[in-house]
Design a protein. Structure first.
Length: 134
């Protein structure tokens, strides 16, 4: 048997043991029999909750969060190539790495322009330009 398969086997075994172990420890340590209304409420920094938790949030919050996550992940993908750029230049691969990074950043800028033109970066959107004329 190869050593890679043995490592994978032990990883799966340890994972299969860890999950039930953690759930069991949590079941033993958590408080039992919370019967008061105060005890079953979600903790909100000491404030009593007001109203229902099922509130409709504005879609702009989600759009801004998704745009942030997309650009954050893409910057995290550029960082390793940017840190190894010097070694690539010394090894004769500088032009290729630069072209890849340029293409990647160009796609980022193109996506940013697309979001900007659509108005997704504006918090309060104005009237659409295709409104019917009077």
């Amino acid at each position: 048997m190869e050593t890679g398969y043995i490592s994978a086997f032990w990883f799966v075994v340890i994972a299969a043991v860890t999950v039930p172990l953690m759930l069991g420890v949590g079941a033993l340590l958590r408080p039992k029999g919370i019967t008061t209304k105060k005890g079953t409420q979600a903790y909100e920094c000491g404030e009593d909750p007001v109203g229902s938790a099922w509130v409709k949030f504005n879609i702009r919050f989600y759009v801004v969060a998704i745009i942030f996550i997309i650009f954050d992940v893409e910057i995290a993908a550029v960082l390793p190539a940017a840190t190894l750029f010097r070694e690539a230049v010394l090894g004769g691969q500088g032009a290729f790495v630069f072209a890849e990074l340029f293409l990647f950043v160009a796609l980022l800028v193109l996506g940013l322009i697309y979001c900007w033109v659509r108005g997704d970066l504006e918090w309060v959107k104005g009237v659409t330009k295709y409104a019917p004329k009077k």
